[in-house]
Write a protein that binds this ligand. Sequence first.
Ligand code: HEC
Length: 141
Amino acid sequence: MKAMNSFFVKSVLGTISMLFALSISAASVQDDMSREAIAERIKPLGKHYVAGESSAAEESSGPRSGQQVYDKYCTACHTSGVMGAPKRNNAADWQPRLDQGMETVLKHAVEGFNAMPPKGTCSDCSEEEIQAAINYMTEEI
Ligand code: HEC
């Protein structure tokens, strides 16, 4: 009876440890699989990053967004409002100007107007890009 008992205990322990070992190896297989899956998911990102480098060249040939132009050229004056520059999204600054009509506002921005330099110093900006920057400066008005 005693021998039976210890056999029983041993086999139960054996089963438990086998299950334990199995579940560990299953977990590590799963881990390997998810690592592979992660590697798979990261791969296109890596490619994207390389492509992103060459898209810097594409960016300069395509139209820049209003925000890109603003952040690079217009922010120097239009964020603080130096020399009376209308501040971004400040309705009091912008409303009387917008009342002239967008055509005039754009013309002033492109050709320059008092202390406002032609094209806001973005000499290689297209009219389209200047317009986009104006839209960005007035988007919440
Ligand atoms: C060196 C400072 C400076 C920079 C840089 C600058 N501006 Fe200005 N801008 C001004 C000032 C000052 C005025 C106000 C001129 C006035 O009414 O006498 C102004 C006015 C304007 C107006 C209103 C024109 C109107 O008809 O009332 C627009 C539109 C404008 N800027 C767009 C831009 C854009 C777009 C950029 C960036 C590409 C830019 N500005 C960069 C100083 C600047």
